[in-house]
Design a binder for this molecule. Sequence first.
Ligand code: MN
Ligand code: MN
Length: 464
Amino acid sequence: MTQDVKNQSGTTPVWTRLNDSEKEEVMGLAGEYRQFISAAKTERETIELAVKTAQDRGFVPLEQKDALQPGERVFATWRGKCMALAIVGSEPLEKGINVVGAHVDSPRLDLKPQPLYEEADLAMLKTQYYGGIKKYHWVGIPLALHGVVVKEDGRVLKVVIGERETEPVFTIADLLPHLAREQMEKKMAEGISGEALSILAGGLPVTSNEVREKIKQAVLDYLNREYGVQEEDFISAEIEAVPAWPARDVGVDGSLVGGYGQDDRVSVYTTLKAIADISNPPRTAVALFVDKEEIGSTGNTGMYSTFFTNFVAELAARIVPRYSELVLRRTLASSRAISADVNAGLDPNYPDVMDKLNAARLGHGVVLTKYTGAAGKKGANDAHAEFMGLVRHLFKRHGVAWQNGLLGKVDQGGGGTIAYLLALHGMDVVDCGVPLLGMHSPFEVAHKVDIYMAYRGYRAFLGG
Ligand code: MN
Ligand code: MN
């Protein structure tokens, strides 16, 4: 950075304040990031890729260690859907750890446990949407199926159909405008019903006369031939329909990245890179990737679960000679956390939903969000002024370009993150992430400069 970082709306875009090598880093990082989100389209795939990256960067499974020394790098996962990485600090653990937490799940369509049926000589797959979607986003686009099928004997079969050029994709055909008069008069939220999100899966019948539903049977034959999957196996499967396209550069200058699942894999990618790039931090650094944020952080892989606490307990037991629950509680309470999640950027098509003075602009750096929530700050963590001051100072010292940003106008809507759940332990938490346009759409848009600054911000926080 060539000059002091400002954070008021109306500043010049960060790009004009970067030197040439920083500009190169911005583009280089965005290229790698694009590949990451094109490859990791589900929570399982994200954790798998994160584990691979962690191992390449010197992190070893925590369970392989009986004791830990400062500088050591470890990780743990749970049910293949959440993960924590740590680098042991030189300071006593009870002084607190630095945590950056992001979520690995994104809105999508899940196949129902009994999805396959035949209607009008077409094979269809029933879905249930996951997370907060606008249903019209999911019709008329190519979809890929990603997931696992667990056989009765416990074997886990991976299924990915629709990502390679040579593979077919899936889709949910939209209603033609010619016959949509009644639909178009409905409220947008009711225009497409949840039960109308069934996916087209096939159209050729089998030749056998022994089966009644010949087209459905042809799909089953294909799945059996290619993947060893039978109809009853769908009961013990998790198959997700996601947009079939890869992430792309957007804009003539390639300044933006468009792609699926940037909420919140942009935070996962930048946090992962941040923790991998630091060494020997004074305070123990922890990167945390959790599941199910989009449906309320539930389940044993979500932020409500004991995964994070257990991980810190396992760490503490290997670091502190006389470990006790009190040590754990003190460690957690004196910790500091960033809830790394995306926020809404100011969209030229929809300026009216934002309070411009408190709206994040694309290209103006990573966003610090004092509070989320809805209406009267309902459900918000609301970071303390003192902690905002600390993070602001840290970012300034490390040349992190950041900006203030709230999620829209008061009473316009709202949203939440995992911040309030981290705060339950007593630690200070603030939301900090990349501003997006089109959040929760199949093609979310982020600015490359903001992605880069999120990385620098998380790195500064974890290493500080
Ligand atoms: Mn999110
Ligand atoms: Mn979200």
